[in-house]
Design a protein around this ligand. Structure first.
Ligand SMILES: C[S@@+](CC[C@H](N)C(=O)[O-])C[C@H]1O[C@@H](n2cnc3c(N)ncnc32)[C@H](O)[C@@H]1O
Length: 391
């Protein structure tokens, strides 16, 4: 299936969907829910996803036997070659030493296959029931609470067309990108953190978001909202505020809106660019984003930060949560450098090195904000920067 990353291609019902299902059919959850999470459409898919999650953990140093074997082997190879693994050694200096090792290779192949098969399993599950899930989205498109704005004419910027972290179709190239991303993210959160099926990561992050000094929070914008988990959580914390989530991916905001309806949370979702939000000057009291900037080019980050400054009102708070950079970046060891390298070269985190090579706090300061980069982390070790626009 080739959607060519055209915004319209993923919003119109594609030809392969044959069955006419009334758009009034809503809330498709063939296997029920677990709290806030709808279960995957098929038991075998859910079982595979559970297996992949466990297998991902098996490969993590400090968590699973394969991961520990990998870490021990990596350390031994470097030490045998006169390198100290605790040093911040560039990958180019040791790649040739580790790349053909069978233990390292097994771990990397297991990791890559787990990622690829996880995406594929989840994608297949939704494609197989495309009629029903299209009808669910179509039923939700014009319903509330909240609103949805899709823009089939949006020109997707080149930097956003990549299949970031190997998601098939990326954020913009599959009609079910939102569904697929939501369930894959659950694997990631279960493997690397304590799970997130109930959006607990976003609820925790949102509980730490600072508010403007005058306490006024009438309008909130979440840039790069993806499946809307943070957007919905922020509305739950500020129920009286008008909350907007915008994302370049139509299928992302479409899923977010559908989920908002399911959970009865009133948010407004729109397919718009964070660098061109279409909102008036000085409109928002609070602007947030979470793990978006390391997934866009440096040029786009500059434009997005400038746009945040434009649409934030004087005295308002801009609070981007993302990878640590600049003075926040912890000292790296060789293994961390290797994982970051793999994330870029194998897991297709296209823009991560570029983002981490700059000082994000300085970028934000350069756009005119007052910046405090010593605030406590908002979520699982990510860096946070508290930026305010002078009142
Ligand atoms: C890692 S996801 C964000 C996750 C989400 N904020 C959360 O906390 O669950 C990054 C999102 O940024 C979106 N994005 C990338 N570039 C964008 C842009 N220029 N404007 C709006 N959204 C963008 C992607 O489509 C993707 O959905």
């Amino acid at each position: 299936m080739n959607y060519l990353f055209k915004a319209s291609a993923v919003i119109d019902r594609p030809k392969y969907v044959k069955k006419a299902v009334p758009a009034s059919l809503s809330d498709v959850e063939p296997r029920g829910t677990i709290g806030r999470m709808e279960r995957l459409p098929r038991l075998d898919g859910e079982s595979l996803v559970d297996f992949f999650t466990g297998f991902m953990v098996y490969g993590l140093p400090g968590r699973g036997a394969l991961g520990n074997a990998f870490a021990a082997r990596f350390k031994a190879i470097l030490e045998d070659n006169g390198l100290n693994p605790k040093d911040d050694i560039p990958v180019e200096r040791f790649l040739h030493l580790v790349q053909d090792d069978h233990i390292i290779g097994s771990r990397l192949q297991a990791w890559l296959s787990t990622i690829q098969l996880s995406w594929k399993t989840i994608q297949d599950g939704f494609h197989e029931k495309a009629d029903d899930y299209f009808a669910e989205m179509e039923g939700a498109d014009k319903a509330g609470p909240g609103t949805l704005e899709l823009n089939p004419d949006l020109i997707i910027p080149a930097y956003a067309k990549h299949e970031i972290h190997l998601q098939p179709g990326g954020y913009v190239g599959d009609p079910f990108s939102g569904y697929i991303n939501y369930y894959y993210a659950n694997i990631f959160y279960a493997a690397f953190y304590k799970g997130n099926t109930q959006d607990q990561v976003q609820a925790d992050a949102v509980s730490r978001i600072p508010t403007p000094a005058d306490g006024q929070v009438q309008r909130i914008l979440d840039m790069g909202c993806a499946t809307g988990r943070l957007t919905l959580a922020v509305k739950e914390r500020f129920p009286k505020s008008e909350v907007w989530g915008i994302d370049v991916g139509g299928p992302m905001v479409r899923f977010a809106h559908t989920r908002g309806i399911d959970l009865g949370i009133e948010c407004h979702f729109a397919q718009r660019l964070a660098e061109d939000t279409k909102f008036p000057d000085n409109h928002f009291d609070l602007i947030i984003s979470s793990i978006m900037h390391h997934e866009v080019s440096a040029a786009a980050t500059d434009d997005i930060v400038a746009e945040a400054f434009r649409v934030l009102r004087p005295g308002g708070v801009y609070f981007p949560m993302d990878h640590r950079t600049g003075k926040q970046l912890p000292k790296r060891d060789a293994a961390t450098n290797f994982f970051v390298w793999l994330d870029h070269h194998v897991n297709n985190e296209v823009w991560r090195p570029e983002f981490e090579s700059r000082d994000f706090a300085e970028v934000i300061r350069g756009a005119g904000f007052d910046v405090d980069e010593n605030v406590r982390p908002a979520r699982f070790g990510n860096g946070v920067i508290l930026a305010t626009k002078k009142a």
